[in-house]
Structures are given as C-alpha cells and as structure tokens.
Ligand binder design. Structure first.
Ligand SMILES: *[C@@H]1O[C@H](CO)[C@@H](O)[C@H](O)[C@H]1NC(C)=O
Length: 251
C-alpha cells in the first residue's frame, strides 16, 4: 500500500517536471502558427513573365497543404505589389504600387486527391516599359485560431511591355486605306469623265471605250444584268409582288 502511494506521488512529480520542461516548446508552437503551405506561382503561357500594360495579366498559384485534421485553412484574398528593383525590402520607395486586393469567399485549402489547390489572380499595370520586381501575397485564415495570415507567395522580376497593336487599330487603318482608295478612284473617274471627256468630245476613242466598260460592269455583277436592271435581292418580297402586279395591270 505504502509503496504504491509513493509510486503515484513520484509519477505525479515526474509529470509535473515534464510539463515544466515542455511548456516553452508548447508556447513556441502556439505563437509560431504560420501556416506551412507549399506555394508555386506560374505565369501561364508567359515564360518570360511579361506584364502587358492596359490589360489583365494572370498568375496561377498552386497551393499544397499537408492534410491535417485539426487545422482548417481557407484562402480569403490575394494581393500583390510592384517593387522598385533598385531598393531593398523595407527601404523607402521599395513598394512602387500595391495591386488591387482580390477578396475570395473562403476557398478551402484542402488538397483533393493529392492535387494542389489552383487559384488564379489577375493584375493590372500602367507603367512605362521596364523591369520591375513583383510580389504576391495570400491572405489565409486559420479556422481554429480565427487568425488571418499574410503569406508571401512569390517574389520575382517581371518585364513591363506595351501590348502589340490591337486588331481594332489594324481594322481601322485598313478602313482608312479603303476610304482613301475609294476617294482617289472616284476623283480620277470624275476627272476623266468630265474634264478628260470634254476635251475629246465626239472623239472615236471614247466611243470605243464605253461598250467595253459596260460589258465589264455586267460581268462583275450578274444580278445587275437582269431585266429589271437592279438587284432584286435588296427589295422586300412584298414590294416586288405589288410591282409586278402593277406592271401586269398596265400591259
Ligand atoms: C502594399 O504592398 C506591400 C508589399 O507587399 C505591403 O507590405 C503593404 O502592406 C501593402 N499595403 C497595402 C495597403 O496593402
């Protein structure tokens, strides 16, 4: 009896000593609760990390999170910043501009089938072409502690470029070219038929040219060479019917 009571007391004492020895470790574990995530950042279809001005530029984060029953992590937002390459972190002027923060609806950072969680982020740039550093940050919430963590996901350099001329510009230019050609053609046509024609009034050359032009016009648009002399495709069916009826009545 006595011996066992002594044993219990000794065991309690040992447990107490053990707890004292462990307590700093437990405290450390509690304070350093930064989520340990594996994050890789890619610029899909953009190996050179070009950032085009005036349009959205995409990066995709692949986030691996080791399964843990007692820790539910969710992604609440993504943000980033453009950084001056000539300054060091923390130095004045290092952050040139913060990117727009994208808020997310608590995306669970839970890997399904061992696959990382993929999250895209689009950002915008309006800088003159140059090399810059960028960094992206993930805002992660811990469901147990309700703590928000701001984790650095990526830091690297990008090249700011102006986007190539858009199709709209090219189409506009070709439209201008077409209009200019049209004006030039009608100008030369008017010159020939009025000024050039008056000089050679009754000349044999003009007579020779006229039938050829008429023939070529007819060949170009077969529809125009029909009896009516105009393209019936353009006229609503009803009109055509009423016209033909009128025509019949007259004759
Ligand atoms: C701007 O970006 C820097 C660098 O990422 C960050 O430290 C800072 O908190 C950001 N500021 C705001 C207002 O988001």
């Amino acid at each position: 009896m006595r011996a066992s009571m002594m044993q219990v007391a000794a065991a309690k004492y040992m447990a107490y000593i053990l707890l004292l020895a462990l307590s700093p470790l437990l405290a450390a574990a509690q304070s350093d609760d930064t989520p340990q995530l594996g994050i890789t950042t890619s610029f899909p279809g953009n190996e050179l990390s070009l950032v085009k001005n005036g349009q959205l530029n995409r990066v995709v984060f692949s986030i691996s999170n080791l399964p843990s029953a007692d820790r539910v992590l969710t992604l609440e937002g993504i943000t980033g910043a453009f950084l001056n390459q000539k300054k060091l972190d923390g130095q004045r002027g290092r952050v040139v501009r913060n990117m727009t923060t994208t808020k997310l609806k608590s995306v669970p950072l839970r890997m399904v089938g061992g696959k990382p969680v993929q999250v895209p982020y689009d950002f915008h740039s309006e800088f003159k072409p140059q090399n810059m550093d960028v960094e992206f940050r993930l805002l992660v919430a811990d469901g147990q502690t309700s703590k928000a963590h701001n984790l650095l996901a990526y830091k690297g350099s990008v090249t700011i470029v102006e986007p190539p001329k858009s199709w709209f510009d090219i189409q506009l230019l070709s439209l201008y070219a077409l209009l200019a050609a049209g004006i030039a053609f009608s100008g030369s046509f008017a010159y020939k038929s009025y000024l050039g024609g008056s000089k050679r009034k009754g000349g044999s050359t003009r007579k020779a040219v006229e039938p050829a032009t008429a023939a070529s016009v007819a060949a170009q648009s077969p529809a125009a060479s029909s009896k009516t002399g105009y393209e019936e495709d353009w006229i609503p069916e009803q009109h055509l019917r009423t016209r033909s009826k009128k025509g019949k009545g007259k004759s």
